[in-house]
Design a protein around this ligand. Structure first.
Ligand SMILES: Nc1ncnc2c1ncn2[C@@H]1O[C@H](COP(=O)(O)OP(=O)(O)OP(=O)(O)O)[C@@H](O)[C@H]1O
Ligand SMILES: [Mg+2]
Length: 393
């Protein structure tokens, strides 16, 4: 099937180089407009219905340009991918504003040559199969220190995204992926039989497809699909980036939300997760060492994906009425208000882990279950599931 791309930029050199990057792609039509988005006076919105992907250059910090981008996002045909090409001057705040306005991807111009062919490939896969809607959202969960509670958050967030979906709406299709290859505990937290899928993928070097995953993943009574980490030892570098990229693309083609439990080690195959993630959740406590590491992680993740929203989740502490000096210092170091707090609730946490069930099944009324439920509701508000008809299930 043919695809069409429109590139909007006042910079003719950039237009030429994008065209030359895509010239070898079969079945792809590339049109260009030498203008800024704001100069197109709404014409871009009309054009949005004609193209599968629109790339536009933006320098950020310009309210009119942001408004034009938001209009484009509102007016697009469902399935049209919108990509902002960011000048070097684009700040993280501007990049966030663009994604909040509905832009799918913000690509720094400096990495265009490496990234653009991959984005186009995703466009092909997205429109070629599945139900034709937008790919699922990826929420990656990373720990700021060992044992801080990242897996507890990942497991129960995935579970609660299903539970918290409003009545009358289709239950979202949610996948939980344990990429803590060596020490993953998702399987034991959910009392699943051993799954050696990741080990098999690592051993034979293949890129898993959606059919293989559907047949191999465990499905819980709630409908949550789970891919657990191997119970046998696997070297951390056993997986290649392309395999993780393929795994995520297959999962997002068939699920509305993919929650990923990340390992503590920043291995090379984390990169495709960071590039694709819609949101990163870092689970931490307010100890100075954890907060410092959390800061390093934020810098690491946003270096790879400048527009990536990062949510900091403080575990083992209820939201205080008054921020202590320690809390204020943490917010300062992290350059954001501390919004998400999960209480220390050992009874609920241990009960759930011992029984191999999500908190909703064994301690639904506990303060911890409710707090993770709120986290899931917030996620659903930030990333509403794609509108799907019942038949698409
Ligand atoms: N809010 C909480 N209150 C009390 N106990 C908790 C809380 N969150 C997690 N725990 C407990 O802390 C322990 C570690 O949690 P978890 O496995 O989720 O952490 P992790 O960050 O994934 O650790 P790892 O470094 O092993 O991957 C578990 O026993 C879990 O039940
Ligand atoms: Mg863990």
């Amino acid at each position: 099937m043919n695809r069409s791309i429109l590139v909007i930029s006042p910079d003719r050199q950039l237009l030429d180089s994008v065209e030359s990057m895509l010239v070898d792609q079969p079945g792809l039509r590339v049109d260009t407009r030498p203008a800024r988005l704001t100069e197109m006076n709404g014409q871009a919105v009309k054009l949005a219905t004609d193209y599968d992907m629109i790339l536009f250059q933006t320098s950020g910090g310009d309210a009119a340009e942001l408004k034009a981008a938001a209009d484009l996002a509102t007016g697009r045909r469902s399935g049209t991918m919108l990509v902002a090409l960011a000048d070097a001057g684009l700040s993280i705040t501007d990049a966030h504003a663009l994604t909040r306005a509905g832009i799918d991807q913000v690509l720094p111009v400096s990495i265009l040559a490496e990234e653009l062919p991959e984005s186009v490939e995703r466009l092909r896969q997205k429109r070629g199969g599945g139900d034709g809607g937008r790919p699922g959202r990826i929420v990656a969960v990373a720990p700021a220190r060992g044992g801080v509670g990242a897996t507890t958050v990942a497991v129960n967030l995935a579970d609660q995204i299903i539970a918290r979906t409003a009545r009358g709406q289709n239950k979202p299709r949610v996948a939980l992926l344990d990429l803590d290859l060596q020490f993953g505990t998702v399987g034991s937290y959910l009392d699943l039989p051993e799954q050696e899928i990741l080990l098999r993928i690592a051993a034979d070097g293949t890129i898993p497809d959606a059919t293989f995953l559907r047949q191999s993943m465990a499905v819980l009574p709630s409908g949550l699909s789970v891919l657990a980490a191997p119970t046998k030892f696997a070297p951390l570098e056993a997986l290649r980036s392309e395999q993780i990229a393929g795994l995520l693309d297959a999962l997002t083609a068939t699920h509305d939300y993919v929650v990923v439990d990340l390992p503590r080690a920043l291995v090379s195959w984390i990169e495709p997760v960071v590039r694709r993630a819609d949101e990163m959740m870092i689970v931490t406590d307010v100890a100075v060492s954890s907060v410092r590491h959390c800061r390093r992680l934020i810098d690491f993740f946003t270096a790879d994906n400048i527009a990536l929203p990062v949510q900091v989740v403080i575990n083992h502490e209820s939201k205080p009425f008054f921020a202590s000096a320690l809390h204020r210092e943490a917010a300062r170091v992290l350059e954001r208000p501390l919004e998400h707090w999960l209480p220390h609730d050992p009874k609920a946490a241990h009960n759930a882990a011992d029984r191999g069930q999500p908190l909703s099944a064994v301690a639904a009324r506990s303060s911890l279950a409710k707090a993770i439920g709120r986290l899931a509701s917030d996620t659903l508000t930030r990333f509403p599931a794609a509108i799907r008809t019942k038949e698409a299930h």
